[in-house]
Design a protein around this ligand. Sequence first.
Ligand SMILES: [Cu+2]
Length: 151
Amino acid sequence: MINVKFIMKASMEIMIAVLLMATTGHAIAELYIEDGHVRELIPGATSTAAYMTMRNTGSEPLLLKTVTSPAANRITLHNTMNHNGLLHMMGMDTLIIPAAGAVILQEGAIHMMLEAPVQALRAGDAVELMLHFDNGTTQTVSLPVRSVLEP
Ligand SMILES: [Cu+2]
């Protein structure tokens, strides 16, 4: 009897550990990046932008806090505002990707600004972006650099 109880307790603990691991693994798999690309750096320019669709298939909203990259010294989240026909870029503290929803980062709207790139960023290059979320997880994506002549 004592042995059976011990085995049951031990298997319960293993089950809990497996569940915790599954939960942690799931949090990373909730975010999918589609149509991601970085605009080629125009000669003489000191910054360029990254565009993508960020899709959250999870049941909790994801809060993107910061973005880092070995390719640029500073990456900021920007939104583009239209004030009487004049376009302004505004910094954003966080980007919320709603549960079972998506945020589209595109030209003239929300985008990531890659400031002070450490390399030329030519079409055909790849840029790694580390997306740091409020829940402590980080997801790394590799985006192709696209020519400014491509749509
Ligand atoms: Cu910008």
